[in-house]
Design a protein around this ligand. Structure first.
Ligand code: SF4
Ligand code: MSK
Length: 659
């Protein structure tokens, strides 16, 4: 096994555990990423590869080359990107479908342990979809919502109903361009069909269909997933949590949940609090049962229950390497096949739970929402039994406090108060230049980069420049590891205007909005900012940028595409999957910008990502005729106290600031 040549991580907890892996000769994604050269053809850097039929595969490495069927480089690049977007859409949306079936079971009284925890959200979601609520039982409303959601997966004609919640101008753009999704499954199938050998051969046309599919994710399957999760498990609001491997306990039974779906993990949260199981753990010599999470399952239960996070995507193997994990319970997405190989060096049991996911070497205990609590208790008991098999442990003493839970609903309340819920103060802080703009730093870790380094370089620089950062997925966990999700802490690194806003409202400089399906919360926030007034009337008018600097999954491409189609400028890092085709690179940047007002670019270096982000924000500020950003106007004593300041009409605020 090769020694890691690149610094594997900026996280001291990761480095500590990786040193042990190195010593023991246990391979991890960090070493494999360096031992395995990515195929330059498959990655789009030095060529392009098509394997859509068995006359190929066709590897095109020179300009003008075509495949056996005559397919050009741009056709193949567009088809490959479209298929990745369809795969990402299918993963997010299938997650939404499973939640809809759980809600259906709850409505029918068939789901053990679940209930409708958030009645206000139930009513709000019903209103969005035109479902009657007056004089009806919650279960009746939930039944209609579940059936509406399930129906949208198989819908063949018409429009997905969340489309009508986008800004009016955006809806018109989509309708005029013919990209309004008809049904969620239909759009995924459409891409698989049109990219089959001998179908759509026009790169631009293929990619417009990919946009429609991505919109079926962002304004369809993912939005259903977020809303139904909130109905069943509660809409997140800020709570204190902890992140990093130090959340594992050396004297308790450690259970780590990993994947994406909150359905089973919420039941495990309930099961670990069962007095009988706690007593059972004590009888086995442990001091208690300690639950933590990895990846987006972790985000789901940290946002709602304050359950600690053992880390982001690249921490999944590392948690096992501590020797302290009795059971790692996985569901769907982002689960490395290497987990069982790493676990074979320790006592850790890997437990798969989804009917869709089996792993050789893992124990399969299939999840069924009709008996969820019993299944969760069985898993916890199994982990307790495994405690006796634990050997030496090495848990790095590294944790950080975090305050996650900034749902769109909480932001509304936080900014406007209970009686005047509103995004106006945020819009006004941007309009006056206290906040220069907004950036969403989202997405994965990628072992081709130093873990968390680009997330942190980008976030740090943007905060210094008074750019408010919102975050989801593994990017949010990264921000948490380095102190940016800690209430007022970290504000010494934040620009003066943003700092004032954070101090006045009492928020961290980076707002954790949830898991990767919860990028839809960002769409909702942007929609409300666009309709609130003062920042134009469409998402594309807002001084905001989407960033996925360490992305790795197909879901990230789907998210980026629906964000672009919604009007956002999105910059992804790592490398471009369409690098070898200038035509396709131009379509997703220039052509999409003309059509949607948003564009997709791939930029590797953190300073360049920051530069383009700030340039875009300033360009949007200028287009809105807002005052140019000037940090020297803020932060000095003598400023009008922010709360009073927000009470003034916008013209007075401008006069206050600019004379
Ligand atoms: Fe080659 Fe065309 Fe078949 Fe692709 S579809 S593998 S380019 S022959
Ligand atoms: S888990 S998709 S590594 S964000 Fe949502 Fe993290 Fe990316 Fe998976």
């Amino acid at each position: 096994m090769a020694k890691t040549k690149m610094t594997p991580s900026i996280d001291p907890a990761a480095c500590y555990v990786l040193d042990y892996a190195q010593l023991m000769g246990i391979p991890t994604a960090f070493t494999r990423a360096q031992d395995t050269k990515p195929c330059p053809i498959g990655s789009g850097q030095s060529g392009i590869c098509c394997k859509n039929c068995y006359m190929g595969p066709c590897r095109l490495t020179k300009d003008g080359q075509v495949g056996v069927c005559g397919a050009t480089i741009e056709t193949i690049a567009a088809r490959n990107l479209a298929r990745a977007i369809a795969a990402g859409t299918s993963a997010h949306s299938d997650h939404g479908r499973d939640l809809a079936f759980t809600l259906l079971a709850v409505a029918l009284g068939e789901a053990q342990g679940y209930e409708i925890r958030d009645e206000a959200k139930l009513l709000a979601v019903a209103a969005k979809h035109g479902i009657a609520t007056k004089g009806r039982q919650n279960t009746e409303i939930a039944l209609d919502i579940a059936n509406k959601a399930i129906g949208e997966f198989g819908q063949q004609r018409g429009e997905l109903s969340y489309i009508s919640t986008a800004p009016a101008k955006r809806q018109k753009i989509w309708r005029d361009l013919g990209v309004v999704p008809r049904g969620i499954d239909r759009e995924v199938v459409d891409i698989l069909h049109r990219t089959h050998m001998g179908d759509d051969q026009d790169a631009s046309h293929i990619l417009m269909a990919a946009v429609r599919t991505a919109l079926a994710d962002g304004w369809g399957g993912s939005m259903w997933a977020t809303d139904i999760s909130d109905i069943l498990f509660g809409t997140p609001s800020p709570r204190v949590g902890q992140v990093n491997l130090g959340v594992l306990k050396d004297d308790e039974v450690n259970i780590v949940v990993h994947g994406h779906e909150p359905t089973l993990s919420e039941m495990i949260v309930a099961a670990v609090q069962d007095p009988e199981l706690i007593a059972y753990a004590k009888a086995k010599g442990a001091k208690g049962i300690n639950l933590s999470g990895i990846c987006c399952t972790s985000n789901e239960i940290m946002m709602r229950q304050g359950i600690p996070s053992a880390g982001n995507f690249l921490h999944q193997e590392l948690a096992i390497l501590t020797g302290a994990v009795e059971a790692m319970v996985v569901d769907v997405q982002c689960i490395m096949q290497s987990l069982t190989a790493v676990a074979s060096n320790f006592h850790t049991e890997i437990i798969t739970t989804s009917p869709k996911v089996r792993m050789p070497g893992a124990t399969h205990i299939e999840f069924d929402e009709h008996h969820a609590l019993d299944i969760a208790k069985g898993i916890v008991a199994r982990a307790i039994d495994n405690y006796a098999n634990r050997g030496e442990v090495r848990i790095p003493d590294v944790t950080e406090n975090v305050v996650p839970g900034f749902s769109h609903e909480y932001l509304n309340y936080m900014l406007g108060g209970y009686y005047r819920q509103s995004f106006r103060p945020l819009n006004e802080a941007i309009a006056t230049g206290r906040i220069r703009g907004v950036a969403a730093d989202v997405g994965c870790n990628n072992p081709g980069l130093t873990q968390d380094s680009v997330h942190m370089d980008v976030i740090t620089e943007l905060l210094k420049n008074d750019v408010l950062v919102v975050s989801t997925g593994c990017g949010a966990i990264a921000a948490g590891k380095y102190g940016y999700l800690r209430g007022e802490a970290g504000l010494d690194k934040v620009g003066p205007g943003l700092r004032e806003v954070c101090e006045a409202i009492g928020i961290p400089p980076v707002l954790h909005l949830g898991s990767c399906v919860d990028n839809t919360r960002i769409l909702t926030v942007l929609t409300q900012m666009a309709t609130e007034g003062g920042l134009g009337d469409d998402i594309s008018d807002i001084p905001a940028v989407g960033l996925a600097p360490e992305w790795m999954s197909e879901k990230a491409l789907a998210i980026a595409t629906y964000a672009v189609a919604s009007g956002a400028y999105v910059i992804m890092g790592v490398r471009s999957p369409v690098d070898f085709s200038d035509t396709v690179s131009d379509i997703i940047a220039k052509e999409w910008e003309e059509k949607f007002g948003g564009k997709l670019e791939f930029v590797v270096d953190a300073p360049e990502i920051v530069k383009r982000t700030i340039e875009h924000i300033d360009k949007k500020r200028a287009a809105l005729k807002l005052p140019a950003y000037d940090a020297s106007r803020h932060g000095a004593s003598g400023d009008v106290p922010l709360q009073d300041y927000f009470e003034l009409p916008l013209e007075k605020q401008m006069a206050e600031l600019y004379g």
